[in-house]
Write a protein that binds this ligand. Structure first.
Ligand SMILES: [Zn+2]
Length: 140
């Protein structure tokens, strides 16, 4: 047995406030919400990173996230917008290494936001953008 808190939640050995479950994915409440209504969507089978999922499960995870985002708007929780956030890797802010999609309501003045690093100030030339696009394309 590996030591994964989400696998323990999915197995029922830890308490969870579940929103939805089907054969591929489960959605449940984050215990440390950015705002009330913060839901996590996870694949039922352990996968550390998004790239470890098969396409069908990954697509299903995002489809479920989209549905939950839409339902948040009608759920009665304060919701003027919805953020979808997936941290893939430690440097990206991933803390639990069982891939998960955050879906949470946003509203004016909620205090959440991104902090941009110095690289954000750069405006690369078109040639550099094209080169980077080619590198990514080559590794697809
Ligand atoms: Zn897991």
């Amino acid at each position: 047995m590996h030591d994964c808190v989400f696998c323990a939640l999915l197995a029922g050995t830890l308490p969870v406030s579940r929103v939805y479950k089907d054969e591929y994915c489960t959605a449940f409440m984050d215990i440390q919400p950015v705002n009330p209504g913060h839901v996590l969507v996870v694949p039922n089978r352990h996968a550390a990173y998004l790239g470890d999922l098969d396409d069908a499960t990954a697509a299903h995870m995002f489809q479920l996230g989209r549905r939950i985002g839409a339902s948040l708007r009608h759920s009665g929780v304060r919701c003027e917008g919805v953020d979808f956030f997936l941290a893939d890797g430690e440097a990206a802010g991933q803390e639990i290494f069982h891939t998960h999609l955050h879906v949470f309501p946003r509203f004016e003045g909620d205090g959440f936001g991104f902090v941009y690093g110095p690289e954000y100030q750069n405006r690369p030339e078109r040639e550099e953008l094209d080169e980077t696009a080619a590198r990514i394309r080559a590794s697809l």
